[in-house]
Design a binder for this molecule. Structure first.
Ligand code: SF4
Ligand code: FES
Length: 482
């Protein structure tokens, strides 16, 4: 393959790769396997992969490593060299490897995992909503309309216990989110508990409250990855969408400091009608600040976004343009910027596997400790959410009525029940089914087989062509028009 991306790290015989500061080997004891932990991902490794990656120190060349392995396993060196190069190029293209030792190198293997007992079927990730406080007021916020008060928030010690329990049932990734997680004065204490529990830590932030000193402290404690969310890269428009002035300049700063400290960086760009025209500039921004990943996610219409739907839904044509922009950028930026692209549901024909399947992959904990199978689950009627203050997380995950309500396929109605994709997408999103069809057990209306799909697509076409109404901004104590 030709090297289309000038910044791509090409693995050759003389390369001396090492893990970056934000990637590492990890023993996933809950599932009895080894993985490479990386921003938002855990890549499963076979035994040979573990041997190869364990040897990477930024000093040994691919040629010498291949020769050593060929001798040790009495295998042809050309075959070994080819396999090693393929493995390493895949990781280099994800930007998990670098040439030479990283001055910020983390331990090659996480020794602190508490997942000491097997727990197949545990969650891979925990979304910790540390607070609902936030200086921004984005009209598509996924927090509930009833925001939780600071006085009800879990303490740092309670979060620490929650992290230990999450790791013990198999969680690998921890997403420190909100609201704005840096609004917590004790974020350093909370992070220290997470690092001690052996979790891969991901700080999801709007960046506007962070100082360089504070980010340096978080990096020292062991933060792995920062996800900077942006409203737009055109400053006036970003200010208007977030109802906050001066955010863009701050995002540039925090993105640059993140890389200066050797941390992983993702730019998170929720996409909608009011920033969609600037997608090419947003991608350029991610490259300029040396992010390894960008998430371009057409937003989901529940909670605040549902209230603002008519102001946010893009036309089908502009949505299709984003598909083209992303496809072209993926090719152009191979090995430089990795893309997570979430398409727009109204113009889809099959739904996404929302949250990796209900009660199968992630769990969310609200600021006051309610454990949810998805971050928007409180929009569903009739579910009772247990609190981590009252019950062990493993019991809630395994036996909680809310977690079992839509787990697997037993709850499904037609057309999902007899569909051959039912164990692929698990019927799509329960929260969207509720928002549009009024039935949380209905087929996601993003699916063309849903009886509500035509209506779902039609109102998007209509609303997106009409003049956009004013935003209803996210605020404590109810909605406000500005
Ligand atoms: Fe998925 Fe249900 Fe649609 Fe089948 S009918 S593709 S299972 S949402
Ligand atoms: Fe709740 Fe999709 S957002 S299941």
């Amino acid at each position: 393959m030709s090297d289309l991306s000038p910044g791509r790290f090409m693995i050759g015989p003389d390369s001396r790769p090492a893990f970056t500061r934000y990637a590492r080997l990890h023993e996933d004891r809950a599932r009895g396997r080894s993985v490479a932990l990386a921003p938002e991902r855990a890549y499963e490794l076979d035994p040979i992969g573990v041997i190869v990656l364990s040897a990477l120190d930024g000093r040994i060349s691919v040629r010498d490593l291949s020769a050593q392995l060929a001798e040790k396993y009495a295998a042809p060196v050309e075959v070994i060299a080819r396999d090693v190069t393929t493995l390493l190029q895949g990781l280099a293209d994800k930007r998990l490897l670098r040439e030479g030792p990283d001055p910020f190198s983390a331990p090659a293997r996480s020794l602190f995992s508490r997942s000491i007992t097997r727990h197949d079927g545990g969650p891979a990730g925990l979304l910790a909503e540390l607070t609902h406080r936030c200086p921004l007021q984005c009209p598509y916020c996924s927090n509930p309309l009833e925001l939780e008060r600071a006085s009800a928030e879990l303490t740092a010690e309670e979060w620490g216990e929650t992290f230990r329990q999450a790791a013990s049932i198999g969680a690998l990734q921890l997403h420190l989110s909100g609201g704005e997680p840096t609004a917590r004065r004790d974020l350093e204490d909370i992070l220290a508990y997470a690092v001690e529990a052996g979790l891969y830590t991901n700080l999801i932030t709007s960046a506007v409250l962070l100082t360089k000193d504070r980010l340096a402290r978080l990096a020292d404690i062991g933060l792995d990855h920062v996800q900077v969310s942006i409203q737009d890269i055109v400053a006036d428009n970003a200010d208007r969408i977030s109802a906050y002035d001066g955010g863009v300049a701050k995002k540039y700063d925090v993105a640059r400091w993140t890389r200066e400290f050797g941390l992983g960086l993702t730019i998170n760009a929720p996409m909608h009608r009011q920033n969609i025209a600037h997608l090419p500039q947003i991608i350029d921004f991610a490259v300029e600040v040396d992010a390894q990943r960008i998430e371009i996610a057409h937003i989901q219409y529940y909670a605040w976004a549902e209230l603002n739907r008519a102001a946010l839904i893009p036309t089908r044509e502009t949505f299709m343009e984003t598909v083209e922009v992303v496809e072209a950028a993926k090719k152009r930026l191979l090995g430089v910027l990795n893309f997570d692209f979430v398409i727009h549901d109204h113009y889809a024909s099959r739904p996404k596997t929302c949250t990796g399947g209900w009660g199968q992959s992630i769990l969310a904990v609200t600021p006051s400790g309610k454990a949810l199978p998805c971050h928007a689950a409180q929009t569903l009627p009739g579910l009772i959410f247990e609190n981590v203050r009252d019950k062990p997380l493993g019991d809630i995950w395994r036996d909680g009525a809310a977690f079992n309500a839509y787990r697997g396929i037993g709850w499904m109605k037609e057309p999902c029940r007899s569909c051959d994709r039912r164990e692929i997408d698990f019927g799509g999103c329960r929260c969207q089914a509720m928002a549009v069809s009024g039935d949380p057990a209905a087929t996601d209306p993003a699916c063309a087989l849903s009886p509500d799909h035509a209506r779902f697509a039609a109102f998007a076409e209509t609303e997106s062509q009409a003049p956009a109404p004013a935003f209803i901004y996210r605020r404590y104590g109810g909605a406000s028009m500005t």
